[in-house]
Write a protein that binds this ligand. Structure first.
Ligand SMILES: Cc1cc2nc3c(=O)[nH]c(=O)nc-3n(C[C@H](O)[C@H](O)[C@H](O)COP(=O)(O)OP(=O)(O)OC[C@H]3O[C@@H](n4cnc5c(N)ncnc54)[C@H](O)[C@@H]3O)c2cc1C
Length: 440
């Protein structure tokens, strides 16, 4: 009997899933599956990674739900091309469905799996699911992506129709009638069989945020000391345990500022797809040879939250302890690293990549390059935030700082690692010289 495979990646949910809907409507019985990709997992610096445990828990949940619906869910630990080679040999696969992924590695991987499927006479189809507009759907007049967010957001809003936020009917189709049962399905990998330890960090629910929170989002979002200052749904958007359409729909109804933040997410995904080299290189050619200081000792102090600037230190300690930090603290910490310490943005990008539960290449690289002034879309290179003004503006009562830096105000708290005005002048001079050297 011919079957269709549905490959879950960044969409660990059965409801409102574009690719899964297409598979369930294909006319073939569907076998959903997940691959713990060794190309990704082998590169992780620690075997105790809360994201791997999160994925594992969600995959097991999907497997249970599939069994309850009367189907089989497969999971493998390996390299996708090898896993599919085996599946395409063992089963009569008519089609492989999945959802698009815009990271450079994913693009190569999907092309390889697509070519393999074609050799076996199967089709390979990836659908747009994790953003509203992707790839070339929203280009500027020049035929290239807009380099100003305001222009992109306007085009995005002009193009949006109700249909774009309509949920896909996958949950209703997820029944024995549309699912396949695979006899002798191999045992699913466990964390320990893959060499990982169980490590759970507290994560928010994947339900839509409370209406009240969303309504007041624009007033609270810059208050890092409050747990309910923002939606805290980034992890769920990253792994697709929440559908972006649902959250966008709510934001569109209740709060344009939240919708704008979600549009940033679409924007950065599109930019990474168009400019994959920006994952590891500054987009701005004139800032590719900045003589960053890259002082290891200062970098360590930044990582450990010992810079003597309390907002930065609180953020880094929260990150180290929980895997999360609020946007305002991300901005303070990133700005301080690239400007005050003159450390290459890629060092910070890497550190966040290792620690953030919601780590997403497009969002992380996009935001880091924005902070460093090197990106497709970027803050002015000469903007150097004053840590003290940020403290006064966003955490005037030190509520956030006290939460994460209990020794603040005592002799145990370090003195500022560098003086603000000196660091500001040094950063501007260094970047100005880099521009001049590049012929500006
Ligand atoms: C240096 C730096 C690195 C970052 N790295 C990441 C990352 O790896 N993954 C990630 O998801 N976000 C990243 N962000 C963006 C932002 O800080 C987080 O999305 C946000 O703090 C998550 O909390 P929340 O879900 O409560 O966001 P909310 O404020 O409630 O916003 C709702 C959603 O909108 C999106 N969003 C909000 N702000 C941004 C933004 N500036 N850019 C893109 N999307 C945004 C996120 O998907 C977020 O979940 C980074 C920001 C900075 C300054």
């Amino acid at each position: 009997m011919k079957i269709a495979l549905f490959w879950h990646r960044r969409d660990l949910r059965q409801h409102d899933n574009a690719g899964l809907t297409a598979a369930l409507q294909s006319g073939y019985p569907v076998v959903p599956l997940f691959i713990y990709d060794r190309e990704i997992l082998d590169l992780l610096p620690s075997r105790r990674d809360a994201r791997v445990t999160f994925i594992y828990d969600e995959v097991e949940r999907l497997a249970r739900q599939t069994a309850q619906a009367g189907g089989s869910f497969l999971a493998f630990y390996g390299r996708p091309v090898e896993v599919f080679e085996q599946l395409l040999t063992q089963h009569e696969v008519a089609a492989i469905y999945t959802n698009e992924d815009y990271e450079p590695y994913a693009a190569e991987r999907d092309a390889a799996v697509g070519a393999l499927a074609a050799r076996h006479g199967a089709t390979f189809q990836a659908l747009k699911d994790q953003v509203i507009f992707a790839k070339n759907e929203l280009l500027g007049k020049s035929g290239k992506p807009a380099r100003v967010f305001g222009a992109y957001r306007k085009a995005w809003l002009d193009k949006l129709q109700d249909a774009h936020l309509q949920p896909y009917p996958s949950a209703g189709l997820y029944t024995a009638e549309h699912l396949a049962h695979v006899p002798d399905a191999p045992a699913r990998p466990t964390l320990s069989s893959m060499g990982f330890e169980e490590f759970r960090q507290q994560v928010p629910t994947n339900e839509l945020p409370a209406e009240e929170l969303v309504r007041s989002y624009h007033l609270t979002r810059d208050t890092p000391g409050r747990v309910d200052s923002s939606t805290r749904r980034s992890l769920h958007l990253r792994f697709g345990t929440l559908s972006v359409r649902e959250l966008m729909h709510q934001a569109r109804e209740l709060n344009p500022k939240l919708l704008a933040e979600l549009i940033w997410r679409d924007y950065f995904m599109m930019l990474l797809w168009h400019y994959p080299s920006t994952a590891t290189e500054s987009f701005e050619p004139r800032l590719r040879r900045v003589p960053y200081r890259n002082n290891e000792k200062e970098f360590r102090a930044w990582c450990e939250g010992r810079t003597g600037y309390p907002l930065v230190d609180a953020g880094m300690r929260e990150l180290n302890q929980t895997g999360y930090l609020p946007n305002r603290a991300r901005i303070a910490a990133a700005g301080f690293l690239v400007k005050h310490l003159l450390i290459d943005w890629r060092w910070g990008d890497r550190y966040f990549a290792d620690k953030l539960l919601d780590y997403d290449m497009a969002q992380n690289v996009g935001n880091w390059q924005w902070m460093a002034g090197t990106g497709v879309v970027a803050a002015p290179w000469f903007r150097v935030y004053s840590p003290q003004s940020q403290q006064e503006q966003y955490d005037p009562t030190f509520a956030y700082v006290w939460q994460w830096v209990p020794e603040f105000g005592t002799c145990h708290y370090p003195k500022p690692i560098v003086e603000h005005k000196f660091a500001r002048d040094r950063a501007i001079e260094t970047l100005r010289t880099a521009y001049r050297a590049a012929g500006e």
